[in-house]
Design a protein around this ligand. Structure first.
Ligand SMILES: [Zn+2]
Length: 175
């Protein structure tokens, strides 16, 4: 967890995986670098306690944060102290990257295995079998279907994304 860009990527990953509140709560804990209670987080974010609890539970389910419970003697109730689960972060990030990589590889093999036909009028896509069934005319508007010209570009992009992710995963394994 070094550079700002890496940290920013982590925040974005959490926002995509969970939601905006979870990101904000995580970011607050990360920037603080030490334990915070729900009240502390509320003061720093302006979020309602309900929203914070929900966000903390989502983050805890993913193993991103952990808590410690302590009995508060004056108030006679349990106080939860939350912090980032620093030890688990690298493994969580790697698992997310591996999942993304699998998804991209599936998309690539699908894209490579199928030739698509598109309607130049409304942009709908059809497999060869579907196109054949409709005698190479669009079932929506009747236009003549043409081979999908963007296929090569999509395949190229998918290969690039896969190479990028594989490079990142290799890099984090050798560190
Ligand atoms: Zn059409």
């Amino acid at each position: 967890m070094g550079s700002n860009a890496e940290v920013e990527k982590l925040y974005l990953m959490i926002e995509k995986l969970l939601d905006k509140n979870a990101r904000q709560v995580f970011q607050t804990l990360f920037e603080e670098g030490e334990e915070l209670t729900e009240i502390d987080i509320a003061e720093r974010t302006g979020l309602k306690l309900n929203a914070i609890r929900r966000a903390l539970n989502l983050l805890a389910e993913q193993g991103l944060v952990v808590y410690r419970r302590q009995k508060h003697l004056e108030k006679n109730r349990l106080i939860f102290y939350w912090k980032i689960n620093y030890e688990a972060l690298p493994a969580i990030i790697e698992a997310r990257k591996r999942a993304a990589l699998d998804k991209l590889k599936t998309l690539l093999s699908k894209e490579e295995a199928t030739m698509y036909y598109v309607c130049p009028n409304d942009g709908t896509r059809y497999t060869f079998e579907e196109a054949l069934e409709h005698e190479f005319t669009c079932p929506r508007c009747g236009s003549m279907l043409v081979p999908d010209q963007d296929r090569e570009l999509r395949i190229q992009l998918l290969r690039q994304y896969i190479a990028m992710l594989e490079a990142e995963l290799n890099e984090s394994n050798t560190r």
